[in-house]
Design a protein around this ligand. Structure first.
Ligand code: NAD
Length: 415
């Protein structure tokens, strides 16, 4: 039985789910085929992805494909109680409560695995962590799974290296149809959507420090610059740093950026990116946000120790007063701001990411006899199919190579 906060919220949740379904055409096309072909008939799927409307839609698409689906969140603050109730009311076993404690959050993950899944969809590696640990008995029938995000894939590869990957996993994040759009344009928009909403402040004219110029960081920096911010990038990779300078951003170390920034966004997937040494130098009323997967990028515990007082200043913003009177503001407890204090990526973006998930799960089932416990790439045909489907849903198409062009590109003679 589902565990949600309040089933009375189901109608609001169903409205949100219905809204996004209208803007996820690639996934709708897949859903219609799944409903006919039932690729997951007799199979159980456990999903741990931020429990909001687009994820709920993925759950419904897998259900339409014949699966028995159980679904939980991937961060206690990103779970939306109305969506959880709405999804539960639509026949998907749902476990998640906004603001759950660490223990409750893990209990919901465990409940999700109790269906003894054949397939899993993970976002950040929590399900895999449990299946490789004290929940291994729930994984005896597993065929494989998909991982949604960069940080989760780093961990999968570390498990693969150490020979402790509990089942075959596919790196969905690394599909072009995922990270080219989701990480860049999705994070680029949804981070600023959340920051502007929770702060009610202007971005134009502010100095915005973006830590990490990877796929997500590029999007966050681009949209900040587009709204008129002065963008500073901090990096550890000299090539990414050069890329940022050629986009016109200033590049420097965090210790130099700390006194300059009005808004900070960490999006590195690394830990201890902003620490007490940086807090010492920051301006009064700086706003600190994280968009990386885990809440270890901004050392909020360290800031809390330095502070003489802390208070809720607006919903999702806590102000830490330091002994010299400066206040540093932390958004969403240092958890990924766009999901913990916002609605996550736009539906049109998650359409592509979740289309990759749906087709990759189907691929796992079709190839179940040949899979080993390793990390697989998403097959190219899946990537291509989604790009073409998305383009056509936008009424767009691309040219096709002629035979002569193909021979020219494949050949060495230049003819
Ligand atoms: N908020 C969201 O909705 C969302 C969406 C997708 C991914 N993510 C998460 O965001 C994080 C980044 O993902 P990505 O796809 O951009 O990864 P990426 O690997 O493309 O980029 C990360 C960048 O951070 C840099 N970096 C690493 N450690 C650093 C440090 N200490 N200081 C400065 N720079 C550092 C790396 O050199 C790299 O360029 C991951 O945790 C990922 O799981 C969040």
């Amino acid at each position: 039985m589902s565990i949600v906060n309040d089933m009375n919220l189901a109608e609001s949740g169903r409205r949100k789910i219905q809204w996004v379904r209208d803007f996820m055409p690639a996934l709708s096309e897949i859903e219609q085929r799944f409903a006919r072909e039932k690729p997951f008939e007799g199979l159980r799927i456990a999903v741990s992805v931020h429990l909001e409307a687009k994820t709920a839609n993925l759950g419904l698409v897998l259900k339409a494909g014949g699966a028995e689906v159980s679904l939980t969140g991937s961060n206690p603050l990103s779970t939306q109680d109305d969506v959880a109730a709405g999804l539960a009311s639509m026949g998907v076993e749902t476990f998640g409560i906004h603001g759950a404690s660490a223990e409750e959050y893990e209990a919901h993950l465990v409940e999700t695995l109790k269906n003894k899944p054949h397939l899993i969809v993970d976002d950040g590696g929590d399900l895999i962590h449990l299946l490789g640990g004290h929940c291994r008995d729930y994984g005896t029938e597993i065929i494989g799974g998909c991982e949604e995000t960069t940080t989760g894939i780093l961990r999968l590869r570390a498990r693969e290296r150490d020979g402790i990957l509990p089942c075959p996993m596919v790196a969905v994040n690394d599909a072009k149809a995922k990270h080219y759009y989701d990480n860049k344009y999705g994070t680029g928009q949804s981070v600023w959507d959340a920051v502007m909403h929770i702060s009610n402040l202007i971005v134009a004219g502010k100095t915005v420090v973006v830590a990490g110029y990877g796929w997500c960081g590029k999007g966050v920096a681009m949209r900040a610059a587009g709204m008129g911010a002065n963008v500073i990038v901090t990096e550890i990779d000299p090539f990414k740093a050069l890329d940022a300078t050629m986009h016109g951003y200033r590049v420097m170390k965090m210790e130099e950026a700390a006194p300059l920034g009005d808004v900070f966004v960490t999006v590195t997937g690394c830990r201890d990116v902003i620490t007490p040494a940086h807090f010492e130098k920051m301006k009064h009323n700086a706003l600190l946000c994280n968009a990386g997967h885990f809440d270890c990028e901004v050392d909020v515990a360290g800031l809390s120790k330095m502070a003489i007082r802390q208070e809720l200043r607006r919903d999702s913003i806590v102000g830490y007063t330091l002994s010299d009177g400066r206040v540093l503001n932390v958004a969403a407890e240092g958890r990924l701001v766009n999901l913990a204090a916002g609605n996550g990526h736009p539906a049109e973006i998650m359409d592509m990411s979740f289309a990759v998930q749906a087709l990759t799960l189907e691929w796992l089932v079709k190839n179940r006899e040949h899979l080993e416990c390793r990390v697989y790439e998403v097959p190219d045909v899946i990537d291509q199919e989604i790009a073409v489907s998305k383009l056509s849903s936008l009424g767009l198409s691309v040219d096709t190579l002629t035979e002569a062009q193909r021979a020219y590109l494949d050949g060495w003679s230049g003819e």
